[in-house]
Design a protein around this ligand. Sequence first.
Ligand code: AP5
Ligand code: MG
Length: 193
Amino acid sequence: MFNVIIFGPPGSGKGTQSERIIEKYTLKHLSTGELLRVEKNSGSALGNQVASMIDHGELVPDELVQKMVEATVVKGKDSSGFIFDGFPRTTNQAKWLEDILHGIGSDTHVLLSLEVDEEELINRLTLRGIAAGRNDDKSRAVVENRLAVYQNQTMPVIEFYKKLGKYHRIDGMGSLDEVFGRICEVIDEKSLQ
Ligand code: AP5
Ligand code: MG
């Protein structure tokens, strides 16, 4: 298995680049944001529980997200690997993920951290808020809260992976092709090791 974490603030391109990565490297895409939105839109008990947290840009409790991730990882344990998008988002989630992967005889191979200027992040999310149906893009206050939650609760995950020697910074500014090229350089180097 080859497991990649794609990391970065809201609007940094995690989902967009994941689509390209899974096509080129035949990995399974595990986006906790997407899984949660499916639950929310289905009106399930879990969906109703998390709807307001997502719409306000707050993190859903670790245990709820971990349950969803565990089910997907166990189901895909014989696959060529995962791209984790939007997970882990707290240091607790990161420790938990390492344990789960070790439990199936695997590991995280690399964390790719997309770095994009704040002004550009706000532009991208605002544009999508006008064009598409994500509630959490539609209000400037919610977008700003998502960025603050990233700073306060999610950025510490970087230190965790730096200590493991798995952190790689990716310049997330520029065209989709330019960013993808930078990502492929790192994945190619790591997958040959
Ligand atoms: P999630 O769905 O993960 O959202 P997010 O992190 O806020 O990030 P986005 O999906 O908005 O951005 P992205 O980095 O994927 O960028 P994208 O490619 O879409 O999480 C949503 C919510 O779910 C959270 O707030 C939380 O409530 C909950 N949640 C999820 N995971 C959780 C967890 N682990 N624990 C607890 N709660 C959790 O690109 C954005 C836009 O920019 C697109 O329109 C795209 O076309 C455009 N774009 C991309 N790249 C470029 C480029 N290079 N140039 C110009 N435009 C670009
Ligand atoms: Mg996304």
